[in-house]
Design a protein around this ligand. Structure first.
Ligand code: AVI
Length: 374
């Protein structure tokens, strides 16, 4: 599990542990983890039960996308990011590879009253932080060293990120925070005389409604000082920016030929069977993807292929639930909003950020925008 010999040491409280990396040239380096006391890394079956009851008794039926990310779903998502059709991850990585130097230089420029100093990087929803390495390596090149604070709900992903970064990028100190930034205040650890560069990349902002996205950015802004920076990764809408993106490119990214995204979507039902003892037959549902131009979003649904009834046994949240589906009825499982440069700027402005500079790939599929907290 720790191929290069890292040791995880739990401290007495049970909510903080240290990961000691002991085979890095130049000696031992220590990174700290702070884990929320309730252990949010795996949401409880109670949260799953509450979400299922609320969503499956609503009209139209919904299930929240956080249900995707159990162990199987997280693994399927990693596979999605490498699919030929899913251009988002590799395109954003390409933008970082092409422009890291300029991005970091721009981020280091002082705007506003906040004193200049070294940058500290924090990352919301960092996961295994594979793309972030490009920016961290460049930051070390420009300023000698850097403190990196990834925040994620998954302790395992953060352990992997820490191990990769400490092994491959000398000069980085990692301070992990296991937290759900969508539900809690952000546990930022502000270092004296540093400017913060917050990363919110990977198009994660696109999985929130416009109101939800504004709230996430406002919560982040509340933790920053004027002059701090935000780097936001957004997927671009088709045909709206003079680029090459068509609806077909977008639809294929969410309905790939290998069926990996379909498996990712259907896994939500398998999770409800496992966690709640429900009796969904996944053969009776199909993965359905819709592009909604009016909402500028991709929608993922699970469509019932037949008229059927599914039962969720009684649990701590309530009595046994019988859910009826008409043939063709869907459960709406995810939105993935797509932006134009103007809608990115408007979203940033609504959360008191001013867009400073933006980079796109040559095909104008994806945008990375640097903004300053005002
Ligand atoms: C995590 N998020 C940015 C992905 C997206 O593209 O909206 C989730 C995803 N859903 C299906 N494929 C990928």
């Amino acid at each position: 599990m720790h191929p290069i010999g890292a040791a995880v040491e739990f401290l007495p409280e049970g909510c903080i542990f240290r990961l000691t990396q002991n085979c890095i040239p130049g000696g031992i380096r220590v990174s700290t983890f702070a884990v929320a006391p309730e252990g949010i890394a795996n949401r409880t079956n109670e949260s799953v039960a509450r979400e299922a009851r609320g969503g499956l008794t609503a009209t139209p039926k919904t299930l929240s996308p956080w249900l995707f990310y159990d162990q199987v779903g997280s693994h399927l998502f990693e596979e999605i990011t490498e699919l030929p059709e899913y251009y988002l991850t590799r395109t954003e990585r390409g933008i970082f590879a092409a422009h890291a130097e300029e991005i970091l230089r721009e981020a280091a420029i002082a705007h506003g009253p906040h004193p200049p100093g070294k940058l500290t990087l924090i990352e919301l929803g960092a996961g295994t932080a594979t793309k972030t390495g490009i920016l961290l390596a460049e930051a070390v090149r420009q300023q000698g060293d850097i403190v990196y604070q990834p925040v994620d709900v998954s302790e395992t992903a953060l352990a992997e990120a820490t191990e990769n970064i400490l092994t491959n990028i000398p000069g980085v100190t990692v301070r992990c925070q296991v937290a759900d930034y969508t539900r809690e205040g952000l546990p930022l650890d502000r270092l004296r005389n540093t400017r913060t560069l917050a990363l919110y990349i990977g198009s994660s902002i696109g999985n929130f409604t416009p109101a939800g996205a504004k709230e996430v950015l406002r919560n982040l802004r509340a933790q920053l000082l004027p002059g701090d920076k935000l780097l936001l990764g957004t997927d671009l809408a088709p045909n709206g920016n003079g680029g090459h993106k068509t609806e077909a490119i977008l639809l294929a990214a969410y309905d790939d030929a290998a069926g990996t995204t379909a498996a990712f979507n259907l896994n939500v039902l398998t999770r409800l069977n496992r966690d709640l003892g429900a009796n969904f037959d996944t053969e009776n549902f199909r993965h359905k993807v819709i592009w909604s131009p009016s909402e500028s979003r991709i929608e993922m649904h699970l469509e019932s292929l037949v008229a059927q009834r599914v039962t969720i046994p009684a649990n701590g949240i309530g009595g046994a639930l019988k859910v009826r589906f008409a043939a063709g009825e869907t459960i709406h499982t995810e939105n993935s909003y797509k932006f134009t440069p103007a809608t990115v700027e408007a979203l940033l402005a609504s959360a008191d950020f001013s867009a400073t500079k933006s980079w796109q790939d040559p095909r104008h599929l994806f945008a990375v925008t640097l903004a300053t907290a005002v």
